[in-house]
Design a protein around this ligand. Structure first.
Ligand code: SF4
Length: 211
């Protein structure tokens, strides 16, 4: 399916959609370009938990440091923008340390999409503040675990590549084919709209007919 988005390309890509793209380009397309968000139970639960994380009562202040919540971040260089769930601030006035913490409703994943979203947040924070952000953390509600993520060169490069790919996909205006990945498709809320098996079978038939 082709959809001309050349005139409506966004100036800034929402950080959360960068997560979708890194999971599956077709998922990104369906959710972003066609606004077909299929809400399933885990997504709904995640949304509610996200709202709680953003609730004013959840802000934490302590003697050692501060945690700012719902921090608007953006990068003019990367052309991404969004909200960091929490940014923990420690250190002194002359040497501040920033730690972005993202809340996720699921379990610790096997894929890098959450890492890429968090890395983009960190790069936004660095651009806005001039302070190096070497690590961040992801809190997974399902198993109540925090995972530390190091923003090394490889992850930063993957993040930049994902952003470029997202803009290229939008400029191309064509729905990507389903990925052939049973595990990801099984956990994907877009599966009923995407119909990966049926679509792939159709594409294979078309390829055979075209030969
Ligand atoms: S069902 Fe699979 S191919 Fe379709 S959007 Fe989800 S992950 Fe991508």
């Amino acid at each position: 399916m082709t959809q001309n988005m050349g005139d409506t390309l966004p100036d800034y890509l929402p950080l959360s959609f960068l997560n979708q793209l890194s999971y599956c380009p077709r998922r990104f397309w369906l959710m972003y370009a066609q606004s077909e968000i299929e809400i399933n139970a885990p997504m709904l639960e995640g949304t509610i938990r996200h709202q709680r994380a953003h609730d004013p009562g959840s802000q934490r202040l302590d003697d050692q440091g501060r945690a700012l919540r719902s921090v608007h971040v953006w990068s003019d260089v990367l052309r991404v923008a969004g909200i960091a769930d929490f940014v923990e601030i420690t250190g002194t006035q002359t040497e501040l340390h920033l730690l972005p913490v993202e809340h996720k409703h699921g379990r610790m994943g096997k894929w890098l999409n959450d890492h890429i979203q968090l890395c983009a947040q960190a790069m936004c924070l660095e651009e806005r503040t001039g302070i190096a952000v070497p690590v961040g953390e992801i809190f997974y509600w399902s198993n109540r675990r925090r995972e530390q993520v190091t923003f090394d060169d490889a992850l930063r490069q993957r993040t930049q590549d994902a952003i470029q790919y997202a803009f290229a996909l939008l400029a191309m205006g064509q729905t990507p084919a389903p990925i052939e990945h049973k595990a990801k498709c099984r956990d994907c809320s877009m599966e009923p709209i995407c119909l990966p098996d049926e679509t792939l079978a159709l594409l294979r038939d078309e390829a055979v007919e075209g030969n």
